[in-house]
Design a protein around this ligand. Structure first.
Ligand SMILES: Cc1cc2nc3c(=O)[nH]c(=O)nc-3n(C[C@H](O)[C@H](O)[C@H](O)COP(=O)(O)OP(=O)(O)OC[C@H]3O[C@@H](n4cnc5c(N)ncnc54)[C@H](O)[C@@H]3O)c2cc1C
Length: 305
């Protein structure tokens, strides 16, 4: 049975235990990532409120312990050795509240496809093209995830975040910097709650659009497999997937890891692959693209070690 901070190895664990904030020692992160790879977190902490989140950050700062944030783990590759310090898992920040006028308030840990489906059922438009993004809402904001015509930035009314140095703060949507697969958020500014503003429409019409996007995704991307989504960002004016395809890399395999036959920018984990194999495969592919196409690819996935 997993220990809930009892007999924790350090002061932070004991303090968390005293405050009854859920935390777990040496918790294997493979089960929290969509690629199902990754060693343990020294301390996985799962705050349920903004206050608990702030308390964890205060303790980490006081003890000078590194903190990482984990949402749905659909864009991270954790090393086989795992990570030291605290991994803040947002899953328990999972409340969704629908308000008047198309406003929706949701916690950072809400599973994004669930939010899309719930909003769609209420006839709220704006998120439907992102239904296939398997992240948490906090991860979608932090990565500024996008798909087809979907982009979260314009829908953000305000965000309650917790800053490592300044504590909880509320940011207006237009004060947030959203760039290609990056934003104002990250390790030092953690998304806790988000208020989105969506357009009101007929549930049936929104549902039809959502289904259309999901069908298209299933035709063009590997779905239902262990992966971390797109490995590389698209270089200026090009598609990383198309470049890899041009080099005939679809199906290229290294041990239990392979380039997807459906979409060349996805690496699929077939069984017992290690993070090191995925990294080697990324390296091989990147080197070939550099040598043969003179293009430098930048990874979209975050590597934790
Ligand atoms: C099958 C598949 C399809 C995908 N399709 C798309 C797509 O169409 N478009 C797209 O853009 N991406 C796509 N992705 C990638 C991924 O789903 C997105 O990047 C998503 O936004 C990541 O969210 P997450 O909660 O899983 O983040 P995680 O992987 O848990 O974390 C990603 C980064 O965000 C940080 N982070 C997470 N939550 C917070 C928070 N609350 N506050 C501060 N920092 C935080 C983490 O520290 C980490 O640096 C896909 C992935 C998969 C596996």
């Amino acid at each position: 049975m997993r220990r809930l901070c009892v007999g924790g190895p350090n002061r932070i664990a004991r303090e968390l235990e005293a405050r009854e904030i859920p935390c777990f020692h040496e918790e294997k992160l493979a089960r929290y990532t969509t690629i199902r790879i990754g060693g343990p977190a020294e301390l996985l902490v799962r705050p349920r409120t903004v206050e608990e989140l702030s308390a964890v950050l205060d303790l980490a700062r006081a003890e000078d312990v590194p903190v990482r944030v984990l949402g749905a783990g659909s864009n991270v590759l954790v090393s086989d050795a795992g990570v030291r310090g605290i991994v803040l898992h947002t899953r328990a920040l999972d409340e969704i509240r629908f308000e008047e006028g198309g406003l929706v308030q949701a916690g950072a840990g809400v599973h994004f496809p669930t939010l899309v489906r719930k909003a769609t059922a209420k006839g709220l438009r704006g998120l439907e093209a992102g239904v296939g993004i398997p992240g948490s809402l906090g991860g979608v904001l932090t990565m500024n995830a996008g798909a087809y015509q979907f982009s979260i930035g314009p829908l953000v009314h305000e965000v309650v975040a917790v800053s490592l140095s300044r504590g909880p703060l509320t940011l207006a949507g237009d004060a947030i910097d959203f760039r290609y697969r990056a934003s104002s958020f990250g390790r030092d500014l953690i998304v806790a709650h988000v208020r989105l503003v969506l357009a009101e429409d007929e549930p049936r019409a929104v549902r039809a659009d959502m289904d259309k996007h999901m069908r298209f995704r299933k035709e063009t991307q590997p779905v239902g497999v262990k992966s971390s989504g797109c490995i590389f960002k698209n270089p200026e004016g090009a598609s990383a997937g198309k470049l890899l395809d041009e080099l005939g890399l679809k199906g290229f395999r290294l041990g239990e890891a392979r380039i997807s036959e459906v979409h060349a920018n996805f690496i699929v984990h077939d069984g017992a692959a290690r993070a090191s194999e995925i990294l080697d495969l990324i390296d091989i592919v990147r080197t070939r693209v550099r040598k043969e196409l003179s293009v430098e690819l930048e990874t979209e996935i975050m590597t934790w070690n």
